[in-house]
Structures are given as structure tokens and as C-alpha cells.
Design a protein around this ligand. Structure first.
Ligand SMILES: *Cc1c(COP(=O)(O)O)cnc(C)c1O
Ligand code: SF4
Length: 335
């Protein structure tokens, strides 16, 4: 018998659809219904087949499809939109290390993602210029070891779970040996996009990691969650990690109170609490996803009417140079 040594998730990663025509064929959509971009601006389509399976066939407005399909709207330049909207360049303190906030550093572990989200604020990030994206983390680990104020390390990217578990376990162990590091956080879409990623190899090193563990997944719409993601998330929870979600507020995808309330409820059923709801970072190519400030505040007020406080995400806007992500609270004046 031939047994494959390639984990199932790597096969799903490798067979992601990259041809827009193929995606539309699978969804039984005529190409002319979708404003398909001729040129994806150096950020090509990428979407795994198991994620496509959660899209509605024949619906050009499907909220999962809209997150991944390159459309003509992306080429509309807009003032205020740039290639580095949140000042990542200025916050780079060592190769792959973004140090913006007190006590926490973010490590760009890789440029690879299982899915390409059209609104991604790092869609133009120069991953090639950062050593850590080539999986060379020594200088990054040295930086963290040398700064005793760092208590939490966030593995980000790209998607850190695009990296094989033998490499991740080495990194986690190196971080665990730094006395001032108390917590390890993963920012990942993988458990939702390719649920088979949460396999015994991942569970083994994460389960063994003695740091405080937080996994922040990224779900924007309740239709992204199904039985397969539920299973994956339950397995993750078994490692003792605290599970949180971050979303981006996206016009035409989740900018209505029904969808956001349903999302919070669905997350809770999966053992995940809402963390951040990000106002769109003004990245070139994504201006058509922006939701006006006043509308987003009214959405939050509407959610507060419907849901208990623990199911309300924090609406935030990231502003370059600020010491935290700025809370955006309510449309109701205090006086
Ligand atoms: C968002 C972010 C963090 C995490 O911020 P929290 O408010 O702790 O979630 C840390 N570092 C960088 C560079 C970030 O962009
Ligand atoms: S998974 Fe995250 S980092 Fe990757 S494209 Fe989507 S938003 Fe960007």
C-alpha cells in the first residue's frame, strides 16, 4: 500500500483554484455577470475547493465569492488609498518583526495564504524583502529575546498555518524558552478556509506549547462556517487555546445588522467569541469595500440592541502611528 506523506491540507492548499474562469464554471456563473477583472493587479485569485463548496451556485453576489473574486472595481484608484495603509513599513524593527504596540510584536512568518482576500491590507506587502518570509526566523527570535517588554508574540503573515508543523513547532519552542514571552497568538484563516489543516500534527505541537495560547480566526460571514469548520474549531479548542474572531466590515458582504448578528451567534455556537470588527484599511484596490463611518457606527448600535455584550465585536480603525487600534463606538452623542 502506498501512503502519502503529504498532509491532506497541503494537497488542498496546492489544488486551490487560481483561474477565475474555472471558479465561475464551478459556480455555474456566466463570466459576464461578475465584473471580472482582466488583471488581478499582482494579487491573483486563490481559493481552495473546500471553501468554494460553501458558496451558493449561480449567485454572483454570494458573500464568499465576493471576498475572493478580482473585479474591475479594483482598478479604480481613490485618493487616500495606498499600498501600505497602516504604516507597516515604519513599524518594521527587524526582518519580519512589526512592533507597533506595547508588549506585543507581530511576526510575519510567511507571505503565503490559503486564500486571497481582495480587501487584504497586506495585498501589496513586500514579503520578498522580509527574511522571515523565507522561514528564517533567527533574527526575529533574537529581537524578541533582546526586548524584555515583549510578552506576547503574534504569528501572522500571510497565514502562519501555511507553514509546515515541523517548522512551526521549532519556532514555538524557541519562543517558549524566552522567559519574558508569556503568550503565543496565531492570526489565521486556515481553520475556516481549509479545516483539514487542524490535523494531529498541529494539535500535537500546539497542545504541548506551554505559553498562553490565543487563536484569532478570521470569519466575515456566517456562511463561511459549516460542520467541517465546526469540527476543526472544536479540535483546536482542545489544545486549551482561547478562540477569538476578527472580521473586516465589508460593503455588500456583511454590512448589515442581520448578517453581523447571525455571525456572532454562529461563532458562539462554535466556541469562538467576536474580538475585532475592523473598519477597512485603505489599501489600494479595495475602496469599493468601504463602509461609511456613520453607517458602521449605526450598525454597532443596532447590534447592541440585539445581542448580549459578549457577542459584540469591538469596531476599530487602525491608524498608522497610534499606540492601539482606535475604538469606534456609537453614533449616539453622549450629550
Ligand atoms: C493588530 C496588531 C497587533 C495586535 O493588537 P491587539 O490590539 O493586541 O489585538 C499587534 N501588532 C501589530 C503590528 C498589529 O497590527
Ligand atoms: S488570509 Fe489574511 S493575510 Fe491572507 S489574504 Fe486573507 S486577509 Fe490577507
Amino acid at each position: 500500500m502506498i501512503t502519502s506523506t503529504v498532509p491532506a491540507w497541503q494537497a488542498e492548499f496546492a489544488t486551490a483554484v487560481q483561474d477565475p474562469a474555472e471558479l465561475l464554471r464551478r459556480l455555474k456563473l456566466p463570466a459576464d455577470t461578475c465584473d471580472l477583472a482582466k488583471d488581478a493587479g499582482g494579487f491573483p485569485l486563490r481559493v481552495p475547493i473546500c471553501y468554494i463548496a460553501r458558496m451558493r451556485k449561480g449567485d454572483p453576489h454570494d458573500p464568499l465569492l465576493r471576498q475572493v473574486l478580482p473585479t474591475t472595481a479594483e482598478s479604480a484608484g481613490k485618493p487616500g488609498y495606498s499600498r501600505d495603509p497602516v504604516g507597516d513599513g515604519d513599524a518594521t524593527m527587524a526582518p519580519g518583526i512589526l512592533h507597533k504596540y506595547q508588549g506585543r510584536v507581530l511576526l510575519i512568518t510567511t507571505g503565503a495564504c490559503p486564500i486571497h482576500c481582495r480587501y487584504c491590507f497586506r495585498r501589496h506587502y513586500p514579503y520578498g524583502g522580509s527574511n522571515s518570509a523565507g522561514n528564517k526566523w533567527e533574527t526575529a527570535v533574537d529581537y524578541i529575546a533582546a526586548d524584555e517588554s515583549v510578552h506576547e508574540v503574534i504569528l501572522s503573515g500571510g497565514d502562519p498555518l501555511s507553514i509546515a508543523d515541523d517548522r512551526l513547532s521549532v519556532l514555538a519552542e524557541a519562543l517558549q524558552h524566552i522567559p519574558h514571552v508569556k503568550r503565543l497568538r496565531l492570526h489565521t484563516r486556515m481553520p475556516v478556509v481549509i479545516p483539514s489543516r487542524v490535523d494531529p500534527h498541529l494539535l500535537e505541537w500546539l497542545g504541548e506549547c506551554t505559553l498562553g495560547k490565543v487563536v484569532v480566526v478570521h470569519v466575515n460571514h456566517p456562511c463561511e462556517l459549516d460542520d467541517s469548520t465546526g469540527e476543526a474549531i472544536r479540535r483546536l479548542a482542545g489544545t486549551g487555546a482561547t478562540l477569538l474572531n476578527q472580521s473586516v466590515l465589508l460593503k455588500g458582504i456583511n454590512d448589515n445588522p442581520d448578517t453581523l448578528a447571525e455571525l456572532s451567534e454562529a461563532l458562539f455556537l462554535n466556541g469562538i467569541l467576536p474580538y475585532y470588527l475592523h473598519q477597512l484599511d485603505r489599501v489600494e484596490g479595495a475602496s469599493h469595500f468601504a463602509v461609511p463611518e456613520m453607517k458602521s457606527l449605526e450598525l454597532m448600535d443596532n447590534l447592541r440592541i440585539r445581542l448580549p455584550g459578549y457577542l459584540i465585536p469591538r469596531l476599530v480603525r487602525e491608524k498608522a502611528g497610534m499606540p492601539y487600534k482606535l475604538p469606534r463606538v456609537t453614533a449616539i452623542p453622549a450629550h
